[in-house]
Design a protein around this ligand. Structure first.
Ligand code: MF3
Ligand code: CO
Length: 264
């Protein structure tokens, strides 16, 4: 079901988004060579609690065992934090979700740890750029295909594999609501966007082929060819005052004005 949120509900989602933004900022600061993934997960749990929120992912589908998804190098998404330590030159995707009074916020970023190889940085920067291109298509009367085609064009132009098996999504009282938001599409096609909708825009780009595989743990999604992967995500709402990003900082950022913020 596609849910239409009221102003009051959006205010709760914005509070959840603020917590998520704070988590990502804290992890960005803490992610240094030698730090374990589990230590980063603990930081995430503390920041979420400090914001009066609970974690969206912990216990998801009855089994996700951590607060964050931490996905190094060839892990695309859904990496489970373990005792392994970050190393110089790693890239790390960090995905966080929080719930405030029953409403979710969800966002992700990819960072370089220590010194980052230029080609890894290009993958990170291009995936982020594609997320912003997708976000700029989120407005009343646009269609899902406008978002997906904008994202896909940017990945394709750099020769990256654009992941298709995992997609963005609606968000509200549930972390994953309809509609699915694929990172491909045809301009002018697909569901028409309306005020009251909130969408997570989340491109996943691979250095090599787009194909994916899942580890025996049932969660960890990797590139099939072992190449690097990057993932960026924001929660974007079409409010009565226009589209706003809920996960970019302390308060909602109107789409188109994010350059004025210290955004990611
Ligand atoms: N945040 C992810 C997404 O963007 C989902 C996390 S899966 C979980 O859709 F199992 F960790 F919850
Ligand atoms: Co998401």
């Amino acid at each position: 079901m596609i849910t239409i949120k009221s102003r009051r509900e959006f205010a709760k989602m914005a509070r959840a988004g603020t917590a998520v933004a704070a988590v990502l900022e804290a992890i960005r600061e803490a992610a240094r060579p030698g730090v374990s993934l589990i230590a980063l997960d603990e930081i995430g749990a503390k920041v979420i609690a400090d914001h009066g929120c609970t974690a969206s992912f912990l216990g998801y589908l009855g089994s996700y065992p951590a607060t964050l998804c931490l996905s190094p190098n060839d892990v695309i998404v859904h990496g489970i934090p373990d005792s392994s330590k970050l190393r110089n030159g790693d890239i790390l995707s960090v995905d966080a979700g929080a719930i405030y009074e029953g409403f979710h916020g969800d966002a992700a970023l990819t960072i370089g740890v220590g010194e980052t190889a230029p080609e890894a940085q290009h993958l990170i920067d291009t995936t982020r750029e594609a997320m912003w291109a997708g976000i700029h298509q989120v407005r009343k009367a646009n269609r899902l295909g406008d978002i997906g085609s904008a994202v896909h064009a940017i990945g394709e132009a750099s020769g990256y594999g654009v992941v298709e098996e995992y997609v963005g999504h609606g968000i509200g009282r549930q972390m994953h609501e309809e509609p699915q938001v694929p990172n491909y599409g045809t301009p002018g096609k697909g569901l028409k966007l309306k005020t009251g909708m909130a969408l997570c825009i989340e491109p996943m780009f691979n250095m090599g082929r787009r194909d994916t595989k899942v580890d025996p743990d049932g969660w960890t999604v990797r590139t099939d060819d072992g190449g690097l992967s990057a993932h960026w995500e924001h929660t974007v709402a079409i409010t009565p005052d226009g589209p706003q990003i809920f996960t970019a900082g302390d308060k909602p950022v109107p789409v188109g004005f994010e350059e004025a913020q210290a955004h990611r």
